[in-house]
Write a protein that binds this ligand. Structure first.
Ligand code: SAM
Length: 282
């Protein structure tokens, strides 16, 4: 069955009495060039399989199954299970599991389903992009790379180099755990129903260890979040407000770290944030 063809998809969904759920971020890919390319670019040499989040009707799943020895696809919407049963018929390497990727025990799932490192590949429901990516990266699962379709603006933000104008708290966090890159753009017309904005595919190669050393990771991310919560303000004001520390009590930390208190969040590299967090923690 040609799963990337809008006429086929409409017919299939009508037969199953399926209606799209906006709140679950259901925009299905109906562009035959996207999924093969995404699957092709998602692998790493050592991956024994792939975890897909949100298979929908299985358009990406079948492409992954052609390339990987095993595919585990986690879907939240039970209404899609009869559809997937039909579209994935004969794809023995695929195991569809029911679950919420934001809540499920992914560490247990990966250990149970795979006997080695895996990659993640997903056309993500946009409402869970940041929390899910952070969950996948922070929990230090046995994942070597994450390839994801995200809203274009979110992809640009995630991949933006720390210390540059487009950087946000998410860029710093992602760069701490991984090396992100934008792979290719996907227009809104490639989806059914058509979303309001364009998308892009990004890939994050998970680092074996962070690029900088910091004494207290939690404090580092509190400092980053506080700095970006008021990104137009100078650091001294933003950090004082966000961390609940009086400005004069931060002077020593700025001096010890060598970071100018008049800088703004988007001007700081990960190493500078780390020096600042270490000095604040002292
Ligand atoms: N992979 C399909 C495609 O490319 O056409 C569907 C992508 S659609 C953007 C997102 C999918 O994620 C939907 O099937 C939706 O039901 C599912 N989903 C939404 N929230 C989820 C969650 N928290 N955990 C797992 N799947 C979820």
């Amino acid at each position: 069955m040609e799963l990337a063809n809008p006429i086929v998809v409409k017919g299939l969904l009508a037969r199953h009495g399926f209606h799209f759920s906006k709140s679950l971020g259901q925009n299905f890919l109906v562009d035959s060039s996207v999924c093969p390319q995404m699957a092709e670019l998602s692998g790493t040499d050592d991956a024994v399989g792939v975890l897909e989040i949100g298979p929908g009707i299985g358009v990406l799943t079948v492409e992954l199954a052609r390339l990987f020895p095993k595919v585990v696809a986690m879907e939240l919407d039970q209404r899609l299970f009869p559809v997937l049963k039909e579209t994935l018929h004969g794809f023995d390497a695929v195991h569809v599991v029911e679950g919420d990727a934001l809540k499920a025990d992914l560490s247990e799932l990966i250990a149970r389903e795979f006997d080695g490192p895996v990659v993640v590949c997903a056309n993500l429901p946009y409402y869970i992009t940041s929390p899910l990516l952070m969950r996948l990266l922070e929990s230090r699962l046995n994942i070597t790379a994450i390839t994801a379709m995200v809203q274009k603006e979110a992809g640009e933000r995630i991949c933006a180099e720390p210390g540059t104008r487009k950087a946000g708290a998410i860029s710093l966090a992602v760069h701490y755990y991984a090396q992100p890159q934008q792979l290719f753009d996907v227009p809104a017309s490639s989806f059914l129903p058509r979303p309001k904005v364009d998308s892009c595919v990004i890939r994050m190669d998970v680092r074996k260890k962070p690029p900088i050393e910091v004494k207290d990771e939690k404090l580092l991310f509190r400092v980053i979040r506080a700095a970006f919560a008021q990104r137009r303000k100078m650091l001294r004001g933003a950090l004082s407000a966000g961390l609940g520390i009086a400005k004069q009590d931060l002077v020593g930390a700025f001096q010890a770290s060598g970071v100018l208190e008049t800088k703004r969040a988007e001007q700081l590299t990960l190493a500078e944030f780390s020096a600042l967090a270490d000095a604040i923690g002292r």
